[in-house]
Write a protein that binds this ligand. Structure first.
Ligand SMILES: Nc1nc2c(ncn2[C@@H]2O[C@H](COP(=O)(O)OP(=O)(O)O)[C@@H](O)[C@H]2O)c(=O)[nH]1
Ligand SMILES: [Mg+2]
Length: 375
């Protein structure tokens, strides 16, 4: 029998939707079409939810570093994977996650001191563990640390000893997640009982320099160089801007009650537009010196450009000289309870989901993400 169907279009790109062939443009599973009035094609859905497709969005990992990981795997070594709790999304590296699947992993969730004190460590570790599990990691344990506050460094030392089972230890993680600070903290309450010295040398078969710390007469702990996450804002801006966007002390969340049609301009480099949805309280987690300016969406382009021109807000960057230097993403919030919408390397906002439609403007090549709320 002939069937007459109303043509529907993707809310994101406008393409005609179809449920017949996954490999053709505009594909969306039939069930989605039945369930929802407003739908995104699979491509737009993936773009908005995982930020895939654009090669800029997946950080590239040095082949030499992958070599180190494969050696670690052969040795059945313990991986100490250091995350930065404030820049979690840029330290949680998909390529690395895939490489270390099946290995013994001790997670170190670092820079505890940057997040509000009121949040419990339990909540933070539950969150990190759930993300790790989702990424398919086999996690032996987790330690929440802050080497600059000497927080939980003893616990870390004990756990490394417990889980390494007499094998080597590889401290890995994104650049700037705090690996060297962790290792230095570790060294403070470590007495070298071996005949070997702490040395730095290229890792065999690579040009990457590692620090070798002898743990006993036959095993070592390696402090590896950081994986640079090229989709993070911190690798795109000048030093002075980096100083402004990198928090040094506990971040004070800033809450804004917004109606749709309103917009929050971050310094002169990014923007969150609240396009559609009921009045919502948005809590922003950004380094305290970063300015937030409220505006109406219809005037936001103009306001942002004048903020850039007069340079009265922090930060402004050479990377964003006009609105044209920003890339826009639309995010439709679906069914999570509370969500984070963030800009990698800059910060995020947390709010109660209620079917909102948001637009995020960020410097080109910087990854935008949305995840269940961290805190
Ligand atoms: N606030 C805070 N900063 C930290 C912490 N750990 C490291 N840092 C800072 O983060 C930056 C990068 O640290 P580093 O140990 O060099 O990271 P690596 O690149 O992973 O070796 C430095 O400025 C450190 O002072 C921490 O627990 N809290
Ligand atoms: Mg280092």
């Amino acid at each position: 029998m002939t069937e007459l169907k109303r043509i529907r279009r993707c809310y994101g790109c406008g393409i005609i939707l179809q449920s017949l062939d996954e490999n053709l443009p505009g594909f969306v599973p039939e069930i989605q079409l039945e369930k929802h009035e407003v739908v995104l094609c699979q491509r737009c859905f993936k773009l908005q939810h995982y930020g895939v497709e654009d090669p800029l969005k997946e950080p590239t990992v040095d082949a030499d570093f992958l070599h180190i990981l494969s050696e670690a795997k052969k040795e059945k070594a313990l991986i100490v994977y250091v995350f930065d709790l404030f820049s979690f999304e840029s330290s949680f590296v998909k390529t690395i996650n895939n490489e270390i699947k099946g290995m013994a992993v001790l997670i170190v969730a670092n820079k505890r001191d940057l997040l509000p004190r009121e949040i419990s460590d339990k909540k933070l570790s539950d969150y990190v563990l759930s993300r790790a599990k989702e990424a398919g990691l086999v996690v032996s344990d987790i330690v929440i640390t802050s080497p600059i506050k000497n927080y939980n460094m003893d616990e870390l030392k004990e756990k490394i000893e417990k889980y390494r089972k007499g094998k080597n230890v590889y401290v890995i993680g994104a650049a700037s997640s705090g690996k060297s600070s962790i290792v230095n903290g570790f060294l403070k309450n470590y007495s070298n009982k071996t005949n070997y010295l702490i040395t730095t040398s290229p890792y065999p078969g690579t040009t990457l320099r590692v620090i070798n710390i002898p743990l006993d007469d036959s095993t070592v702990l390696y402090d590896t160089p950081g994986i640079s996450v090229d989709n993070s804002l911190i690798f795109k801006v000048e030093k002075e801007v980096l100083k402004v966007i990198t928090p040094k002390v506990e971040v004070k969340p800033r809450t804004f009650q917004l109606n749709s049609g309103q917009s929050l301009i971050i310094g002169g480099i990014a923007r969150f537009d609240f396009v559609k949805g009921p009045r919502t309280g948005f809590s922003l987690y950004l380094a305290n010196p970063v300015a937030v300016t409220r505006s109406k969406i219809e005037r936001a382009d103009h306001t942002l450009e004048s903020l850039i021109k007069v340079k009265t807000v922090k930060p402004v960057s050479k990377v964003v000289q006009s609105i044209k230097d920003l890339e826009a993403f639309e995010i439709i919030i679906k069914d999570e309870k509370r969500v984070d919408v963030g800009i990698t390397g800059l910060g995020w906002m947390t709010f109660k989901s209620n079917g909102q439609v948001l637009r995020v403007l960020a410097p080109k090549g910087v990854r935008i993400y949305t995840e269940p709320a961290k805190i």
